[in-house]
Design a binder for this molecule. Structure first.
Ligand code: 5GP
Length: 236
């Protein structure tokens, strides 16, 4: 079946979602637009949409092969993939292996310290509130998700962390942390959104060179090169 983009149903900071002729399926398009700090900083990363589409496709396939249900169906074009139409749960999950970013700030820790065990966090997905850290009691009390769903999110996210570490280690990439989003589809929970240098921290093993969106957030330069380097390693 040929899938054509129909009505635009959502445009976010980095992606657009379009309806298709099939009510269960959407087209997810990746943009070159980059934002940081709740969109107070804006820019363009040349070809980022292409890189993130391709990296996400490989990682979703890798996870599917290991039994993780994701919204990914197949690649359509340079910047587009066909995905299942999830009802997104407004929770951002992060998993951390090494202290960086928000965890360094929140707990006054030095970036780069390896954690004794992975840290699983949930955040309330809200730009105006800056995605505040929350716990499962908040999520249940606020009606965001049921306790069994939260148990699934945690178990699945820690499994995703193990699979991604296994994937990236032989490629000389240290997976520092990442963010995941989930949604409901036909009574089950699926991994949605994207997995890319926009949503993960990737440090080159040996040099510590940052190969992710922190180059944009922190004005480190060499942004396009870093994204292309990640694409090369992911597809190698
Ligand atoms: P932190 O909480 O340290 O800012 O982010 C932890 C990890 O999750 C990083 O890899 C970061 O890229 C990702 N992350 C967390 N929140 C967001 C978000 O709102 N947008 C994007 N693109 N990534 C996020």
């Amino acid at each position: 079946m040929e899938f054509k983009a129909g009505k635009k149903i959502y445009e976010g900071k980095a992606k657009i979602l379009y309806e298709t002729a099939d009510p269960d399926l959407l087209i997810q398009e990746f943009k070159d637009d980059a934002t940081a700090f709740d969109a107070t900083k804006r820019g363009v990363i040349h070809d980022k949409g292409i890189v993130n589409n391709r990296i996400s496709a490989v990682l979703f396939r890798t996870l599917e092969d290991r039994g993780v249900a994701t919204h990914f169906v197949r690649l359509l074009g340079d910047r587009t993939m066909l995905v299942r139409r999830l009802a997104i749960i407004p929770i951002e999950v992060t998993v951390r292996n090494v202290v960086a970013g928000g965890m360094a700030r929140t707990f006054g820790l030095e970036e780069g310290k390896r954690l004794k065990q992975p840290v699983y966090e949930i955040h309330y997905k809200s730009d105006p509130l800056h995605d505040p850290l929350m716990n499962e009691e908040h999520a249940v009390a606020m009606g965001l998700a049921a306790p069994e769903e939260l148990a699934t999110l945690k178990e699945r996210s820690l499994r995703v962390n193990r699979y991604l570490i296994e994937f990236f280690s032989p490629k000389g990439i240290d997976l520092i942390d990442f963010k995941l989003e989930y949604g409901r589809y036909k009574g089950r929970i699926f991994l949605g959104d994207e997995i890319s240098p926009d949503t993960c921290r990737f440090w080159e093993v040996g040099t510590g060179r940052k190969l992710d969106k922190d180059r944009f957030r922190r004005d480190l330069g060499g942004i396009e090169e870093a994204y292309q380097e990640m694409l090369k390693r992911v597809e190698s």
